[in-house]
Design a protein around this ligand. Sequence first.
Ligand code: XMP
Length: 507
Amino acid sequence: LVLVIDFGGQYNQLIARRVRDLGVFCEVISSTTPIEEIRAKNPVGIIFTGGPNSAYLPESPKIDPAVYELGVPVLGICYGAQLMAHMFGGTVEAAPVGEFGKTTTYFDTSAPMFAGLPAENIVWMSHVDYISQVPQGFTITAHTDNCPVAAMQDESRKLYAVQFHLEVNHTQNGNDMLKNFLYQVCGCVGDWSMENYCEIAIEQLRQKIGDKKVLLALSGGVDSSVCAALLSKAVGRQLYCIFVDHGLMRYKEGDEIEEIFGNMDVNFRRVNAQDRYFAKLKGVTDPEQKRKIIGEEFIRVFEEEAKKVGKVDFLAQGTIYPDVVESGLGGQSAVIKSHHNVGGLPDHVDFEDIVEPLNLLFKDETRRLGTLLGLPDFLVWRQPFPGPGLGIRVMGEVTPEKVALLQKADFIYREELAKAGVDKGLSQYFAVLTNQRSVGVVGDFRTYDYTLALRAVTTDDFMTADFARIPYDVLEKISSRIIGEVQGIGRMVYDITTKPPATIEWE
Ligand code: XMP
């Protein structure tokens, strides 16, 4: 295990990513984590991240100096480098010239971290402070034209520091530098794999749960599905999966979920709560109101079903690693957004403890685990689907008839995108049933039917998004099929707005 200690930098998750991609398991922890906890994790290497502060100011995040006594190699990056220099008595101050972006750097390739690399290399810099004088015992191992200490080391104490960000792609050979640190300095072998993660996770779950009961709200999304599959392998029918079908799923999706989990070694229960939801949503047109109703009704139905299971000991949640980090580590990392999907815990379900078996995995790792556990591709590669489902894709009042129209149209849309092979390049795509009717002519008759909007976006983080350039011939096929096959839809439009200013969903 390698520990990444978070000082609030924007690339912290990326560092964790890079370490894991090199086959070394790692965890990000807050810089305020007590030293006993750090010691108990028994790391073989520690990495200090960057951060926005100045190491020499009293209010800036610090680290217990005992971390250097653990006998574990430490690598400081950017702020982490400056903090290390400051703590050992070097000088850190505002640089006369800050460096931002690609910067030519000159390396001492006899230093272990830079072994086998070219002596001149482009790196990614982002700093206003710099180390003007290294502490005693340290030597300079890289410099730039404006930065006398772009890297330093004290081999005897196994302390290493780089001013630049070796974790970003713009740093040439950054991955090799990290590899040198992990393999040569820390002695890692890089044999961490999803298979052994899975084995260890199952064993740990068995130990924690024993012969007790676990309850899971299964939504059919990637995270809760993988969570269910993993728990099923660990404790079988001690797992109670409750799937609340609110009637706002995509076409036949509820049946697909039942088919998979009904045949798995778990206690699976599908609650058909469609009528309850539609009754509650009758006459409601405001999107936030709809969200609130759907969320509250979910908690209510879930609690009722949970009661039938009797006393449960554990509540399982499919929280994945980015949810944990985005919600703040309780340390320096800023809360980026409070997560959409974390809808709060039910109040009236009695449980002793929570199990979150995926909380160390990134999304793509979660998918790999799902495949390893035998889940089908359509579940594992499912695009994000909002908790309120089609309730926020039927604009205005939600009725069973409108939902049925949208389900059919959305199914055809997805089917045609898949046929054309266009779906793989898209981050999210769906149809929206607008509240707008428009005049048409079919045969000799005048029609006055709904307008359907198609949305397809590409994005890395769902905070910003671009609309996808779907070829016209594919759109044409989709349009003629939907208008021909779904009675009630008379006009189709394609959404060409980016986010911002528009959001991805229409409501
Ligand atoms: P927006 O529409 O805000 O969507 O650009 C960003 C991402 O979040 C999803 N989304 C939701 N997910 N409950 C959810 O669980 C919601 O109420 C909700 N609203 C939007 C959306 O599908 C997209 O992936």
